[in-house]
Design a protein around this ligand. Sequence first.
Ligand code: SIN
Length: 498
Amino acid sequence: MLVALFHHAPPNIDGTRLKQFDQSTVTSRKGSQAPTPPQAVKGIGKKVAKPDYSESKIVLAMVGLPARGKSYLSNKLMIYLKWLEYDVKVFNVGQLRRTRAKQKAQQSGIKEDHSASFFSHNNPEATLSRERLAEDSLEMLIKWLKDGGNVGIHDATNSSRERRAKIEARVNKEPGMTLIFLESVCDDPAVIAANVALKVSSGDPDYKDFSPDKARADFLRRIAEYEKVYETITEPHLSYLRITNVGREVTVSRINGYLSSRIAFYLMNLHLKPRSIFFSRHGESQYNVEGKLGGDSLLSPRGMEYSKALPALIKENIGDQPLTVWTSTLRRTIQTGENLQYTKLTWKSLDELDAGVCDGMTYEEIEHAYPDDFANRDEDKFNYRYRGGESYRDVVLRLEPVIMELERQENILIIGHQAILRCLYAYFHYLPQEDLPYIKIPLHTVIKLTPRAYGCEEERYPLPITAVDTHRAKPRAAQPVAQASSARQYFAPEDQAA
Ligand code: SIN
């Protein structure tokens, strides 16, 4: 493994202070020389393209009764895989049904009845129409995969063997596509009741003209119609995952390949227990005060004050509930957590984005010494990798095990760094990549995230201890940074009605 040793070296001829490699590193590099000569390296870094995932083509077909968390699982998985830069799209059959019905109503003035009787297998006309919607949705999904997508999620009940056999026959015609069924089973009355309540009270488009009582009664009748014909997956030849009561039990059958296994692993770690995730940057550090990047400096006097004030704030929030504190291996995060009386873990993966040759420099020094590079990074900060260091993308990839563990755990406080917390925050709030490097994570502020069925609720607790502002705004920002939301969204745009 390559180890970069940092010396507080005297300034170079051009006045900058660059990270240097010592002789032992140079020697260790010789054994692994690339067959072609490396490109000339100059400047502070360059943009690095996204990995090529074009070979990954998965049809993930959901299976399950209504109110069993299919859309929850679809959306969680989509957010996780998109955060890792796979191209993922959810094809929600209910949404397609509504869009088509709306178009029909506009064209012919006839309003289709989508109350519970529409979902009865004793209604042949509606059954045919529902079959067609599921097939059309699958066709759109396959076309989208052929056009470059990686994982298409067919968000539908797919509740009979016959329907699953049709999906299988269709996907088998497409070379290179993998089919996985994901069945969500839930027999916990509290979870079902919560899902029903969410459906009827969250402004769901199916029930926008219904009173809450009428909506609830109709939705329960719809579920009963599906129950009459529901067949759990027993087909031994299918690749499938069955999740019972999100997190209680997972069956994995015939799952092969890197991405499929990763999907399975992620889903195995999810749970629905109420919990909070707290983010805090370390207290203000000596490097923060000097405006320097990186390093491993200790806290400033104001940072020390923050470290002393933090336990009371956390206690006030969490009461006597258990909490685990995660820090990076850098001294400023460990020092910030030193007064907290909880189990602590240090993660190398939580270390700040490595600024490579710019470690220890100020932004002004970088701009002065490398004006072109500096502008380049500002143009595409997510993709820009510092020479000898990392890009935001590199950080996202190294944080993947942290996300996996965060999904598995309950109450966690992460005492981290600006870039690291931006990446984690973007995952929990499903924020776009281009906005990620500009998310505001101020010093001396605790951010509390409470995961909900769709998104997270957020509270921010700034402590009245002054600190420098290390945020650099997006230059020439066209739009504001996306706002976080925990409202249910259907990730199935109108274009799916085509
Ligand atoms: C729906 O139309 O809401 C769902 C259709 C289905 O998958 O059964």
